[in-house]
Design a protein around this ligand. Sequence first.
Ligand code: S3P
Length: 178
Amino acid sequence: MRRIFLIGYMGSGKTTLGKAFSQAEQLQFIDLDWYIEERFHKTVREIFAEKGEDGFREVEKRMLHEVGEFENVLIAAGGGTPCFFDNMEYMNRVGDTVFLDVDPKVLFRRLKVAKAKRPLLADKTDDELMNVITGALEQRMPFYARAKYRFNAELLESSEEIKDSVQRLKNLLDKNKL
Ligand code: S3P
């Protein structure tokens, strides 16, 4: 039985790589944000607006425990998931955790065009966005660093790169199989 969690900052490629890897490895793919949105019939933005970040984190934890029982699954966590409650220990206990390590400059480039849906970034100017990314990474790194594996996910721009990254991730996980 396989249960893999991809963790990392927003824009690190959890969804892109997660989808491609799941397809190649015949795992069910779950994006935690999408799962929350389907269960609550609300967008993450709406939940943040209604309940505030604290309320969202409660919901996120509950939903993490729900999907954490699924089998043969790859779960793309939210960027903040590992940094609240005992979520990181929980994920390490029930599955394999992979931290997608991406340089802040690459995150900035990706998030500049994809920030609208993310309540923590939506209203930021370019300068603010870079500051938010570097500040958050500093704060979150102690949590991300507790993942069982660390994977460089900077090359995900083309289908060729995605294919190569899937193979590299497969090698990394296979190498460490008991
Ligand atoms: C968040 C990341 C988002 C989403 C929410 C908060 C964060 O997920 O859960 O907007 O705190 O980093 P993605 O990393 O999938 O964008």
